[in-house]
Design a protein around this ligand. Structure first.
Ligand code: SF4
Length: 577
């Protein structure tokens, strides 16, 4: 089925900031952590936070300890003061846009202005705003509320940030017509309009719309209403488990949007589940092809064969021969290590990819058995090549197997608070790339008379290319990784900065790919390596601009980069020999 994801689906800036603040606090603090009120209107996120030890405070006790996080809606100033007075260390995650409304009210209150807030009187944000204006404040939700208004001096009108634009204009005009001396501040957050406008245009491209979000979230329900008013069948789901595959399979194209409190990993889960549903009229061949691709991806056969093809092409360029043992070494090692790491315990998979979780449950043991057999076979292939490549291979295999096992001595654990290699921030992305470079460049060509500078140059080029590939996968999985406390590069420095860093790495690789083939450090055919660099640059930029979103299709596109480089290098080798 073709699935189109709305670009603005999911966490808005304020909610993302509040969730990230909470998760960072969980990672950094050993103290008790609570949010003052539920952080967002999403039961799944709240359950996960609870699992990570984050409590929800509904009222302020006399005595408090630990950290209390103020959510994106903000709180009245006296509540913040009471939390501090009770002994809590307060972390304010109020959305900057809500803070701006609070600041407007505060400034005008000093000038003795009355405040009218257009919004829902029971909404947490409105209750927080009222705290800055009291006692000279009134809430207007409907036309009837205007009849009860009594204003006798200068006043301001502000709105709840998630207020509907039309009703704000209507109500504010009625108030200013009735009372003079008013100043109107339209403080509606543009993320709300943009999300709603996008659903309207999405409806023109799809036959049905799936809205992902908490059933009690007002902005999620509003998105569903807009799609319904546009005449599209709407499926409002909280999780992928609520998707009705039978009903949805009568559509060819489905749109997906999500409320401001829906995390990306939940949207990804829904996307993956929808993409796996056969579309109306899809033939048996297409279905078989889709299932085959999915199985090759899930079992790591596709990625390992891509690594094998790359090793084969590099060996051909370096030595001038087709070396099937180069393919076998790379394929065997990569298949084994990817499966051993994927099918050993990996909690973030539960959030990022539930379909893979099911696959692991079914075929995990078989794939693990094949993996260990392949490791033995690769060892046997390398044994006759000498002690160094064999010892390197054993070291790499042990590193991969013990990556998750506590191996550091107690003294180091006490100083660095790190028990396992996987706990070193960003280590996995780099170590996996290094292992790739070793099995595709160094081990297959060891002892073949290739000058060491050439081997090292190619090793460096492959290392950077694979590092970018791995880091892009980390970017797709960032929210699930953050929830389980995995310290990948995007978790440590943020998704945006990671994408910028990866673009710079690719530009550097682009320059190296142009210059090096003209020197003695790389064979001339290595200029074809640029195809993979340009391809990854395209994926990075498209993802940055929101043109691509995490899905099996994107994973397939990313893994295909390896085949593209291998094919281009083989073409180059035949042109230059
Ligand atoms: S909707 Fe806008 S104002 Fe409200 S939390 Fe999100 S970004 Fe902030």
């Amino acid at each position: 089925m073709k699935v189109i994801l709305a670009k603005k689906a999911g966490f808005c800036m304020g909610v993302r900031r509040a969730v990230e603040t909470t998760l960072e606090t969980v990672q950094q603090s050993d103290e008790k952590i609570a949010t003052f009120g539920p952080l967002i209107h999403n039961p799944q996120v709240l359950d996960l936070l609870k699992e990570r030890g984050v409590d929800v405070l509904s009222e302020i006790p006399e005595q408090l300890s630990g950290v209390v996080i103020v959510r994106a809606h903000g709180v009245p100033p006296e509540q913040k003061a009471s939390l501090q007075a009770a002994g809590a260390q307060v972390k304010d995650a109020t959305c900057p846009r809500v803070m701006k409304v609070q600041a407007i009210i505060k400034k005008h209150k000093k000038n003795k202005c009355f405040t009218v807030i257009i919004g829902d009187k029971n909404h947490a944000e409105v209750i927080g705003l009222m705290g800055y204006a009291e006692p000279d404040v009134a809430i207007v939700s409907t036309r009837a509320d205007i009849d009860n208004l009594a204003i006798s001096g200068p006043y301001i009108i502000v709105s709840q940030t998630t207020q509907d634009n039309d009703s704000f204009h209507e109500l504010s005009s009625l108030i200013t017509d009735r009372f003079s001396g008013g100043k109107v501040f339209n403080t509606i957050c543009d993320s709300t309009h943009r999300r709603q406008d996008e659903v309207r245009s999405l409806c023109d491209q799809v036959e049905a719309v799936v809205v992902v979000g908490g059933k009690s979230s007002a902005n999620t329900k509003r998105l569903a209403e807009i799609a319904e008013n546009k005449g599209r069948p709407v499926f409002l789901v909280e999780t992928e488990a609520e998707i009705d595959a039978a009903q949805l399979s009568c559509f060819e194209t489905v749109g997906v949007t999500a409320g401001a409190s829906t995390p990306t990993w939940m949207i990804n889960r829904v996307m993956r589940t929808l993409e796996a549903i056969p579309a109306r009229g899809e033939g048996g061949v297409c279905r078989f092809g889709r299932r085959l691709i999915w199985s090759l991806l899930a079992s790591n056969t596709y990625v390992a064969a891509g690594g094998g093809a790359l090793a084969l092409a590099l060996a051909r360029i370096i030595t001038g021969h087709f070396s099937w043992s180069a393919f076998a070494i790379a394929f065997g090692y990569l298949f084994a290590m990817h499966n051993i790491n994927r099918f050993s315990s990996e909690p973030s998979r539960r959030f990022n990819n539930p379909l893979l979780e099911k696959f692991a449950h079914r075929y995990g043991s078989l794939l693990l058995s094949i993996s260990y057999l392949l490791l033995v076979a690769v060892g046997l292939l390398l044994w006759p090549r000498g002690t160094v490549p064999f010892a390197l291979f054993i070291a790499m295999a042990l590193l991969g197997i013990f990556y998750r096992v506590p191996i550091f001595p107690t003294t180091l654990v006490r100083i660095f608070k790190i028990k396992r290699l996987k706990e070193i921030p960003g280590s996995k992305t780099f170590l996996v790339a290094l292992a790739w470079a070793m099995v595709t460049v160094l081990l297959p060509n060891w002892g073949m008379g290739v000058p060491a500078p050439v081997l090292l140059t190619l090793l460096g080029l492959v290392l950077v290319l694979v590092y970018v590939r791995n880091a892009l996968f980390d970017v797709f999985d960032v929210q699930g990784d953050r929830i389980v406390g995995k310290e990948t590069l995007p978790v440590c420095i943020g998704e945006g900065k990671t994408l910028i860093f990866l673009s710079y790495l690719l530009y550097a690789l682009l320059v190296a790919g142009i210059v090096l083939p003209w020197t003695v450090l790389a064979p001339p055919a290595m200029v074809f390596f640029l195809s993979g660099v340009i391809y990854l640059l395209y994926i990075t930029k498209a993802y940055q601009r929101g043109l691509l979103s995490p899905s099996p299709r994107l994973e397939f596109l990313l893994e295909t980069s390896l085949y593209l480089v291998a094919a281009a290098l083989l073409l180059g080798s035949s042109l230059f020999t």
